[in-house]
Design a protein around this ligand. Structure first.
Ligand code: VAH
Length: 320
């Protein structure tokens, strides 16, 4: 199948493209910048700004994929620094992609939503259909993206589906998420032997290891439509406290020092999200089940981060 991925230069994109190609698909990537170095040079790549409606329609019309994975977005912490740009990329960008799917007759759009659609006052364990009252621009635009996609499905018959991702952890740097403290415990734990987390030690949000996240996208995209009773699904893996992640990292990296210095803005965002997600609908409808728990992730990820940094010392340089 021919597949198109927006925002493919981000934390999920390269791994998703590689996974889809391993399954025999023809995959086109796109992002503002050029093809990331870690992607094979024969991946067709399109420099694309999703806020440019004409170009989005032009590129999607030309490539004519059967399925689009729409990943392009500015994440929660970065989004609070530039809310208007975040609105344009996440909101107008999603509208432009939906419109291009409609006008170019593209069958299926897979949307990446997030636990940031939730806001304060929810039970510790949040289901799919609780009130969505996000506090961040990122969360507001993701709620609107979910609703817009459902509208396009009802009104125009677009096959729209998506997952609400927990914080994703992998050996790739994300850009400006609030869940990044978890990932940096691993990356800085390996390269510096120390990390000062921007949250409290008792912070607890849903997290997931990237291989599970990729499998969720692939499996949801492939699930027979008749089995899906809804479009957007919570998916869950594990929900450790920041201290529990630090302990797991300490078990794998000798002498690592992880400390906590909460940043009020990012801590407030973390505190507004639920502690854990109820993903029973995803389990029942399309057989979703996470494979990795915290310690299984640590055992798999630490050697990968080591190997990556040994091979390309600057590979994970970036801002915190
Ligand atoms: C963020 N990683 O921190 C994203 C995510 C868990 C929320 O969507 O903004």
């Amino acid at each position: 199948m021919r597949i198109f991925v927006t925002g493919a230069g981000g934390q999920i994109g390269s791994d998703l493209i590689t996974t889809l190609r391993e399954r025999g698909h023809e995959v086109h990537g796109s992002d503002l910048g050029p093809r990331p170095e870690r992607l094979s040079a024969d991946v067709p790549w399109h420099q694309l700004d999703v806020t440019d409606a004409d170009r989005v329609a032009g590129v999607l019309g030309e490539v004519a994929p059967a399925r689009v994975f729409h990943l392009a977005a500015i994440l929660s912490a970065r989004g609070e620094q530039i809310p208007l740009v975040t609105y344009a990329v996440n909101q107008t960008g999603t509208y432009n992609v939906l419109e291009a799917c409609r006008t170019k007759g593209i069958e299926q759009l897979v949307f990446t939503s997030t636990i940031a659609v939730f806001g304060p006052g929810l039970p510790e364990y949040a289901g799919d259909d609780v009130p969505l009252r996000p506090t961040t621009m990122y969360g507001v635009t993701k709620v609107a993206g979910e609703l817009l996609g459902e509208y396009y499905q009802r009104r125009f018959g677009l096959d729209f589906r998506g997952v609400r991702f927990p914080g994703l952890i992998s050996a790739t740097l994300p850009g400006g998420g609030t869940s990044d403290y978890a990932l940096f415990m691993y990356v800085d734990g390996v390269r510096r032997g120390a990390y000062e987390a921007f949250c409290r030690a008792d912070s607890r949000i849903p997290l997931m290891y990237m291989p599970d996240g990729l499998r969720a996208l692939v499996e949801l995209g492939d699930a027979p439509r008749a089995k899906l009773r809804r479009s957007i699904y919570n998916i869950a893996a594990f929900s450790p406290t920041a201290q529990q992640i630090a302990d797991s990292v300490a078990g794998a990296i000798e002498g690592v020092r992880i400390t906590f210095a909460p940043d009020p803005t990012r801590q407030a965002i973390l505190d507004s999200w639920p502690r854990a997600l109820d993903d029973r609908n995803a389990r029942e409808d399309w057989g979703w089940k996470a494979a990795y728990d915290l310690d299984a992730m640590t055992a798999d990820l630490v050697p990968r981060v080591r190997e990556l940094l040994a091979r390309t010392p600057g590979a994970l340089d970036g801002h915190h």
